[in-house]
Ligand binder design. Structure first.
Ligand SMILES: [Mn+2]
Length: 502
């Protein structure tokens, strides 16, 4: 029998599913109905039995349900689903999420049929105040988390927005804004936003980054929005009178500056792991994204972000908070709501599904074609490659295969074998697995959900003329990989639970 039924899905519905798992360790008695194909695949990936159908259509409902969770983002649809659920299950406990900006009428309509109505804004506000109350002491970078309302004021009662401008004005020349290495959207957008703030008071600023802009979504962001971020290698530090760090807080740690290089401005949301230097420091670990802080400053200064900047900041917040499902503060919701009015949603759509290079498609095709699936683990050798990024993307996409929870895609370029692994909903640590398999012959690292490895091709030097290199690479890597898998302490769980309505 179905005990719990999820009607419609959203970030909130998804969090409920996560919560249900934390509480019970399994979700066998949970059935979800949503017509949002994205959530359908996400839920199925998490082993939630999911029906792709209109959540307000009782035709598809299971025979019984003890608890019904209504959780789409659309208040109108939540009203329809709540009414249909009440009609279908007169005795069920109905918990309804209102959705985004419900009208008073919709609020009343849901309240009339549901046993409990969840207002996410109120719920989040409570949590944030609770977190802030418990978090009075934040380590060396004073001024943070003194309370949500007081967050723009420091201990001395001086307003941070005024101090930031004073610091920028006090510079005797241009400002260099440094994003952390291999910048993510939050770092990119924050650097851009701080440059805009500097420009508003006539301070010249350049934004730069070290490493590379690696994910194709991030490259799409930079290209589509024509973001002028300069590689650190092109920068002459002597040309700048001041340094600002965004989305990280210490020079030389995760950026390309020399260690302990003097810093003027720090804006970040990561708890610092050591002493932070800088004449102006704003670090607020309770907030989900640096972009939120930058958006707040813009709004305080009355600077309306242009389309590019608003779009980038909104994307930064969405990525860092995983669409408001992780480490999200009320400030993040508020900043996102403000930015939405200025952002370009069609560009965001293109950023999120960027056009794919022929090489990426070729690697993906090879990964699917050559896959070696054992249980819920798929490994695939794609032969010679020209773009290492394609491996990670192929590993990600292979996770979409039915019943697959761990993937490993590898190929070689410039005398090195590279591999990328992904795990989702598996009781197996991808990082551990790759370390066991390939560290002894190369190097491997990563964490449970995402890992990578590289092995010098030279290790296979005894390839004879009659053997093909891809075959030899495959035999060698797959051999080690599956051997390590057999020795792994916890085996991956089986196939996703079948949907059943009984
Ligand atoms: Mn960030």
């Amino acid at each position: 029998m179905t005990r719990r039924l999820l009607l419609g899905c959203s970030a909130v519905g998804n969090a409920l599913v996560e919560h249900a798992r934390d509480e019970r360790g399994e979700r066998d008695d949970l059935v979800a109905i949503t017509d949002d194909t994205g959530w359908v695949s996400t839920l199925r990936d998490r082993n939630v039995a999911t029906v792709e159908a209109d959540p307000s259509d009782p035709e598809t409902y299971p025979d019984s349900a003890a608890v019904v969770l209504i959780a789409s983002d659309d208040p109108e649809r939540n009203v329809a689903a709540a009414r249909a659920a009440r009609a279908a299950y007169p005795d069920a406990m109905i918990v309804a999420h209102l959705g985004t900006t419900p009208t008073d009428e919709q609020r009343a309509a849901v309240a009339a049929v549901a046993d409990r109505v969840v207002d996410p804004v109120e719920a989040v506000a409570d949590r944030v105040f609770e977190a802030v109350g418990l978090d009075g002491e934040r380590g060396p970078a004073g001024g943070s988390a003194a309370g949500a309302e007081a967050s723009l004021t420091d201990e001395g009662g001086r307003e941070k927005p005024a101090r930031l401008l004073a610091t920028l004005r006090g510079l005797s020349g241009p400002l260099l804004i440094v994003a952390h290495d291999n910048p993510d959207p939050d770092a990119i957008a924050s650097a851009l936003g701080l440059a805009r703030i500097a420009a508003s008071i006539g301070v010249d600023a350049d934004a730069c980054y070290g490493g590379e802009i690696a994910h194709q979504e991030n490259r799409a962001l930079v290209n589509l929005l024509d973001i002028g971020l300069r590689p650190f290698d092109d920068i002459d530090l002597d040309e700048y009178a001041g340094i600002a760090l965004v989305d990280h807080s210490r020079a030389g740690i995760n950026d390309s500056l020399p260690e302990d290089y003097p810093v003027d401005v720090v804006v970040d949301h990561h708890p610092p792991r050591g002493p932070v230097a800088g004449s102006f420091v704003d670090i607020r670990p309770a907030v989900g994204a640096t972009s939120t802080l930058i958006a707040e400053y813009l709004s305080r200064y009355g600077i309306a972000p242009d389309r590019e900047l608003a779009t980038a900041l909104l994307y930064g917040i969405r990525i860092d908070t995983k669409d408001f499902t992780r480490a999200t503060a009320i400030d993040d919701f508020e900043a996102a709501a403000d930015l939405l009015a200025h952002a370009d949603e069609s560009t965001l759509e293109r950023v999120e599904s960027p056009s794919v290079s022929p090489e990426t498609l070729r690697v993906l095709a090879a990964a699917i074609e050559n896959r070696d699936v054992r249980g819920s683990v798929a490994a695939s050798c794609v032969g010679e490659i020209t773009d290492r990024d394609a491996l990670a993307q192929a590993a990600e996409r292979l996770l979409d295969l039915d019943g697959v929870t761990v993937t490993f895609v590898y190929g070689y370029i410039d005398d090195v074998i590279y591999g990328s692994a992904r795990a989702r909903g598996a009781d197996l640590d991808a990082g551990e697995l790759l370390r066991d398999a390939l560290d002894p012959v190369g190097s491997a690292g990563g964490h449970a959900a995402m890992a990578g490895a590289q092995v010098p091709l030279g290790i296979l030097s005894e390839v004879s003329k009659s053997e093909s290199l891809p075959d030899v690479v495959e035999a060698f890597v797959a051999g080690r990989f599956f051997e390590a898998l057999d020795d792994a302490p916890v085996q991956p769980t089986g196939l996703p639970a079948e949907f059943s309505t009984d």
